[in-house]
Design a protein around this ligand. Sequence first.
Ligand code: HEC
Length: 152
Amino acid sequence: MKKVLKGTVCALLVAGLVGVAYAQFAKTEDAIEYRQSVMVLIGHHFGQIAAMVQGKKPFDAKELQQNAALVETLSKLPLAAFLMDGSDKGKTHMKPAALKDKEDFKAHLEAFDTEAAKLAQVAAGGDLEAIKAQFGNVGKSCKACHDKYRSH
Ligand code: HEC
């Protein structure tokens, strides 16, 4: 009984948090700016990892680990900013399709989130070959979403 109650309270809290997250943007412009900013940061830190994986920058296990941890953190942020109604219009490259099938968009974001978390884990191990493989999986998850939901 206690357990059930705990679960319910937990679910309510989570639902509440999501509600707050949705409400945090007063205007669609704010949501667009927020998600583009997050994507710029993700692009930057993922790019730093790419440089090492591709041998353009000397491999530094600690630095790579920090970048992977940041990508993982950032991967958790933007859902509310993407799914705000009306935010497919204006200065954005998000396709309206994202708002027509929110569940599918969410699934793409979650797939990315899962792969990014795995990369952070593998990066902590410091094995460059393993990192390369998981880096590829994350890249695929970026591309899958961009191909479907980004206009260019
Ligand atoms: C779940 C979908 C999704 C995933 C996963 C995703 N992106 Fe994006 N990304 C988008 C959308 C949509 C836009 C366009 C946002 C807009 O213009 O409002 C975007 C924009 C960008 C931009 C351009 C930002 C700007 O406005 O200058 C970069 C860079 C980027 N993404 C990098 C990445 C990288 C790197 C990854 C993976 C490590 C990734 N994205 C994963 C959906 C995604």
